[in-house]
Ligand binder design. Structure first.
Ligand code: ADP
Ligand code: MG
Length: 486
């Protein structure tokens, strides 16, 4: 850990320590212990089975897909997969929890220690420890804004599968926490185990924050609950760290607390203190047997893992010659990486990378489009780069062709043909245009001969004007140099 993360206080430097607990909703058609539908956007209480509503005598039945998804996630973060795990009851009362307990995993989670490599903007990478991943049921939702005097309960979410992904207290700044969430989300999306849509609540984060003087023992932490965007997580951590430093520097002490982040004000507020903390009285759920996984079951899942962002990045750098920065940008989302690879097939990869990260991203950002909605298909972008490489068009004309492709969705070759944009590479034709430019610029010829090499730009400009920018720039330069030194 480097000193750049330290925060300056009145009494010296402070180190921030952060551990994150991420709740990720598992992609599965059915809930963890019932066959009810999990799709987003249904009418309230449309997706509720008798199990989810905790009708008396209903028994949970484990959803095999949920187990597979947790194992898949564990393998994706190079974690220990526990062949033996147990479901426990976490008992508490809440109106949106009809069972009176949440089925979770406490002493024996399905996934043990793993790691996630985070990539910082300055090019640094480092490993963050994962403590565990356990499976648990989501709760329902209390609805306060439908009626001024009543609260309603929507149980659609009740019983949906969550993975709780717990990190070690290894993060040292809000930026690192943001990088961790970004990377974790990318891995989950690559694996197809969680869609990572924080604004829809399918990925939520609890941030544990403490501060200490460098070298000291861990300080007392506060936990900021249910943060629903990466930006908010960073803001909440930043605020909370400074708040704690201020409290300590004024002679106070930090009490262990659960806090909430108010995104409008940018502050965290106390929700409950340690004394009010729940005693969940965990015990193994008597309705469920422990989960025993066979080695074959785990290996079967391992054999279907996709190439993950870290490996993909390494391959883009080693085999395609991309810079680490470009590779990071391209692997950040699976859909982008796939688009790039399809476009780069048979083309110069670096040129394609430039087109994707500058022109294509520029257009998509401007139009607020996802890559899946790009009017220019990957193959078409590849073909455009092909036309530059084989000299059919110049890089400058390619920008016009690209704009036309964005507007019409046409193939680059069709745009070039229709608009007559083919590069003029005919030596005879270019020579006579160059001759005309030289004839017009007697004064410029003098300057060139007396050593002003830069004046060649003026001649190039003349030729480009005469050819509407379609002259092959390299050939124009060669012919000019030859003729001017005659
Ligand atoms: P709980 O289950 O009560 O939330 P855990 O011991 O499981 O407690 O810790 C939860 C999270 O808090 C983990 O992500 C861990 O890394 C983090 N954590 C633990 N101690 C500290 C600390 N002193 N400062 C910051 N984070 C911490
Ligand atoms: Mg916690």
């Amino acid at each position: 850990m480097t000193n750049k993360n330290l925060i300056k206080g009145r009494t010296g430097d402070w180190e921030v320590v952060i551990g994150l607990e991420v709740h990720a909703q598992v992609i599965s058609k059915a809930k963890l212990f019932s066959g009810a539908d999990t799709s987003f956007g249904a009418e309230p209480n449309e997706h509720v089975s008798l199990v989810d509503a905790a009708m008396p005598g209903m028994l949970p039945v484990i959803n095999k897909v949920a187990i597979e998804q947790a194992v898949r996630t564990g393998l994706g973060i190079k974690a220990q997969i526990n062949r033996f795990s147990v479901f426990d009851r976490k008992n508490y009362f809440y109106p949106d929890l009809p069972q009176g307990y949440q089925i979770s995993q406490f002493s024996d989670p399905i996934v043990g220690k793993g790691e996630i490599i985070i990539d910082m903007e300055d090019g640094d990478s480092r490993s963050v420890g994962i403590t565990r991943i356990h499976l648990e049921q989501d709760a329902g939702k209390s609805v306060h804004d439908m009626d001024p005097s009543s609260t309603y309960v929507d149980l659609n979410r009740s019983g949906v599968t969550l993975m709780e992904i717990v990190s070690e207290p290894d993060l040292r700044s809000a930026e690192e926490a943001a990088a961790y969430l970004t990377k974790l989300r990318a891995i989950l999306r690559y694996l197809g185990t969680c869609d990572g849509n924080m604004e829809q609540g399918s990925m939520r984060c609890d941030a544990n924050v403490s501060v200490r003087k460098p070298g000291d023992e861990l300080g007392t932490r506060c936990e900021i609950k249910n943060v629903n965007s990466i930006r908010f997580a960073a803001q909440a951590i930043e605020y909370e760290a400074r708040r704690q430093i201020e409290v300590i520097e004024e002679g106070g002490t930090i009490e262990q607390q659960t806090r909430l982040f108010d995104a409008n004000k940018g502050v965290t507020r106390s929700m409950r203190s340690k004394e009010e903390a729940h005693d969940y009285r965990y015990f193994p759920d008597p309705d469920l047997l422990p989960v025993n996984l066979s080695e074959e079951f785990i290996e079967e899942i391992r054999s279907t893992l996709p190439e993950l962002p870290d490996d993909k990045k390494q391959r883009f750098v080693d085999e395609l010659g991309l810079s680490g920065y470009d590779a990071d940008v391209l692997v950040a989302e699976r859909a982008i990486a796939e688009y790039f690879e399809e476009a780069a097939e048979g083309q110069d990869a670096k040129t394609v990378a430039n087109w994707v990260t500058s022109d294509l991203f520029g257009y998509l950002n401007k139009e607020d489009l996802e890559i899946s909605d790009s009017p220019v298909a990957a193959k078409q972008l590849g073909a455009l780069v092909g036309l530059i490489s084989d000299g059919t068009i110049s890089g400058r004309i390619a920008r016009d062709v690209f704009a036309e492709m964005c507007a019409t969705g046409k193939d680059p070759a069709v745009v070039v043909e229709e608009k007559g944009l083919k590069q003029v590479s005919d030596t005879g034709e270019l020579e006579s245009i160059v001759d005309e430019a030289i004839a017009k610029g007697a004064a410029q010829v003098e300057q060139y001969k007396s050593g002003n090499e830069k004046i060649i730009g003026w001649f190039v400009g003349q030729v480009m004007q005469a050819t509407k920018g379609q002259a092959n720039p390299q050939m124009v330069n060669e012919i000019l140099r030859k003729k001017l030194s005659e």
